[in-house]
Design a protein around this ligand. Structure first.
Ligand code: HEC
Length: 151
């Protein structure tokens, strides 16, 4: 009887830890998804706040998919842009993106614009918002993209 009790206790314990491990991720995803939906409806601001993780992620995607044209520094002088003589906006100039809303930039990155190919489903919604922030960061004096001291 005592043995059975121990087994039951052990099972309950395992089930609990499994639940504890999964729950925060699921609820995080749900709340951020809700956030994104509600804010895209109301013509808005970027729902994603930059964290060292989201910035690192944006930097990685940017390096793979964007730097060839936009340049590692965001100056629009990537190798591919040079090779095909493509004029790419200079994000280091604060005037470039100043009058664009976050939503406009989000849509341009997701769906493409002019000669720029669509990122489409290659990046998740949060990652696209992260890229919006990352593109804007090139025009800031203190580039968060390079200031990831938190660790
Ligand atoms: C093949 C070259 C190329 C690649 C790759 C590319 N872009 Fe662009 N991007 C451009 C060009 C050209 C424009 C200017 C488009 C226009 O205004 O007609 C542009 C414009 C933009 C703009 C301004 C959009 C606006 O609404 O004015 C943003 C933001 C941007 N790109 C981000 C990105 C990001 C993020 C990536 C990677 C996921 C990326 N681009 C990949 C060439 C590229």
């Amino acid at each position: 009887m005592l043995k059975l009790g121990l087994i039951v206790a052990a099972l309950v314990f395992c089930a609990n830890t499994a639940w504890v491990r999964q729950e925060p991720i699921a609820s995080q995803a749900a709340s951020s998804a809700a956030h994104v939906v509600s804010s895209t409806q109301t013509q808005q601001k970027n729902p994603v706040k930059p964290t060292p993780e989201s910035t690192a992620r944006a930097r990685m995607i940017y390096g793979y998919d964007c730097a060839a044209c936009h340049g590692v520094k965001g100056d629009g002088k990537g190798d591919l842009a040079k090779d095909i003589a493509l004029t790419v906006p200079d994000f280091t100039d604060p005037a470039t993106l100043k009058n664009k809303t976050d939503e406009e930039l989000f849509n341009s990155i997701k769906d493409g614009k002019g000669k720029m190919p669509a990122e489409g489903d290659r990046a998740k919604t949060e990652e696209l918002w992260g890229l919006v922030l990352y593109c804007r960061s090139f025009a800031q004096k203190t580039v968060p993209a390079q200031g990831t001291t938190a660790k």
